[in-house]
Design a protein around this ligand. Structure first.
Ligand code: UN1
Length: 495
């Protein structure tokens, strides 16, 4: 059933200034329209920023544990509405229900982590070099923060940003991806029901080119948290950098799984199937390269091909489906374009390489799980993020060569190695250039209380998850209390 959704600005559900609307259609079923959404512009963003700015002085003074209670209530409501949220997410984004349930659970876990963290927003006490003087630090909220999120984790990623932002005392202007605005709207409804002050959270739907840009350019927004492509991230960083805004960027990946010849091969096979084709390969942590030791290469590849072909594609609401559609027609064309590039570069197309069709699949944007062998660094399908169900297999002769290949990309988000050799595992942990390394597990599946983020062109050094997000969303205040009753000149009177 289709519904007309709205923005939430200045405590009101409202249409955009332009009055225009865009459609949100299920990528698995063109007959299923989730709803229409307002096309907003910089006018709407300005109102949202003014609202968030007006809420800040009250919200920053609410005791953090009281703010945490609200996040806990949001977690409780999300738990009670988990199935509803999961079904809505699958309808607008496509991934199978088991996965959207995981996405919602990641949001719930993040809410409860925020609740715990709210009573631990601690600073430090540090000895003074002077007598009768007390030194300490506290964390202050930054002010109005802009949150711009992608469609592949429609609930989890907004929660990674918004729970820490609010718990730390900031107020928020939130622009979700235009492919998944309904889940974002439900999330804002839940935050309001839980007790977030009405003007402290503002939701503005619309394109990145106008709404996203206006958020990044607005002088009263003091921090931006963005997840998306490296190209957009670089633009955001330079625009926001000119205003000395704090920016957290979580960008692309070209993640690899190494399989050594001593590995548990069944486990490694299960891992790569999940890492490469889970979420139809549309995760920044997805496994898009598989580096196989030459001693097991042929045998492993043959079995992987059989299992990739056996994956059942279909509507994510159908419990028999294992792989859902890709997000939209543009994504399907981009993915297919890369397949043509790979063939042109001389890689061997083992399976897939075309849209999946027939029956109900004709109503959606389905693409067959695709496997290339004979890939080498320097090929575009090896180097560039495809964000779809395309896995490139590279042959290697040793641990050192495997790690060199793994590192031969501009990205550095997630990585994995399957081996039973503890020396190899520790060497990989030390030498792999990535923010996340899994030993005997696939490249996907980060836990929300652990630091999440990458090196090189994957980001700009910040971490989401765990404590990291709380560092990002606060400023450190350094406080000196001199109780000597005299002027004490540091570095002069005491040395
Ligand atoms: C992403 O793809 O942007 O580790 C996030 C994982 C998930 C999060 C992925 N927990 O794959």
């Amino acid at each position: 059933m289709s519904k007309d959704f709205q923005n939430f600005i200045d405590g009101q559900w409202c249409d955009s200034a332009s009055g225009e609307r865009f459609d949100n259609i299920n990528p698995a079923d063109s007959d299923d329209k989730v709803g229409t959404f307002p096309v907003s512009d910089p006018t709407d963003v300005s109102r949202a920023v003014a609202s968030a700015a007006s809420a800040f002085d009250h919200w920053r003074k609410v005791p953090p544990p009281e703010r945490g209670d609200i996040m806990k209530r949001a977690g409780d409501i999300m738990t009670a509405r988990k199935e509803e949220l999961s079904i809505l997410e699958t309808r607008e984004m496509g991934k199978v229900l088991d996965e959207t349930r995981g996405d919602v659970q990641e949001g719930i876990d993040t809410a409860y982590f925020a609740f715990g963290q709210s009573s631990r927003l601690s600073g430090k006490t540090i000895p003074s070099e002077m007598p009768n003087k007390f030194n300490m630090t506290t964390h202050m909220p930054i002010g109005v923060v802009g949150v711009i999120t992608p469609w592949n984790f429609p609930l989890a990623i907004p929660t990674w940003k918004i729970f820490p932002a609010l718990t730390s005392g900031n107020t928020v202007v939130f622009k979700p991806a235009s492919d998944t605005p309904a889940t974002a709207t439900l999330f804002v409804e839940i935050l309001l029901e839980a007790g977030v002050p009405e003007t402290a959270i503002n939701l503005v739907h619309g394109p990145g080119s106008s709404v996203g840009r206006a958020i990044v350019e607005h002088p009263d927004i003091r921090a931006i948290s963005f997840t998306g492509s490296s190209a957009v991230g670089k633009n955001i960083n330079s625009t926001a950098g000119a205003q000395l805004k704090r920016v957290s960027l979580e960008l692309g990946g070209k993640n690899a799984q190494i399989v050594m010849d001593d590995a548990d091969l069944e486990l490694a096979l299960e891992g790569v199937l999940w890492g490469a084709f889970g979420t139809t390969g549309q995760r920044c942590t997805a496994t898009s390269r598989l580096i196989l030791h030459e001693n097991i290469h042929d045998e492993f590849l043959a079995e992987l091909k059989i299992q990739a072909q056996a994956l059942r594609l279909g509507n994510g609401l159908d419990p028999d489906s294992q792989v859902g559609p890709v997000i939209n027609a543009t994504a399907r064309d981009t993915i297919h374009g890369y397949v043509e590039v790979g063939i042109g570069e001389g890689a061997l197309l083992e399976t897939g390489g075309e849209a999946a069709s027939g029956g109900a699949l004709d109503k959606g944007f389905f693409y067959k799980p695709t496997l290339f062998s004979g890939v080498t660094p320097g090929m575009r399908i090896h180097d560039e993020e495809i964000f779809g169900p395309v896995l490139s297999v590279i042959k290697s002769t040793s641990l050192g060569e495997s790690i060199d290949i793994l590192n031969a990309t501009e990205y550095g988000l997630s990585s994995a190695i399957y081996t039973r050799d503890i020396n190899a595992a520790f060497t990989a942990m030390r030498d792999i250039q990535a923010g996340i390394t899994y030993i005997n597990g696939p490249t996907i599946g980060a836990e929300c209380h652990m630091p999440f983020g990458g090196v090189k062109n994957t980001g700009n050094g910040h971490r989401e998850g765990g404590d990291g997000a709380y560092e990002f969303f606060t400023e450190t205040k350094t406080i000196y209390v001199d109780f000597s009753g005299t002027l004490q000149r540091a570095q002069i009177d005491n040395r």
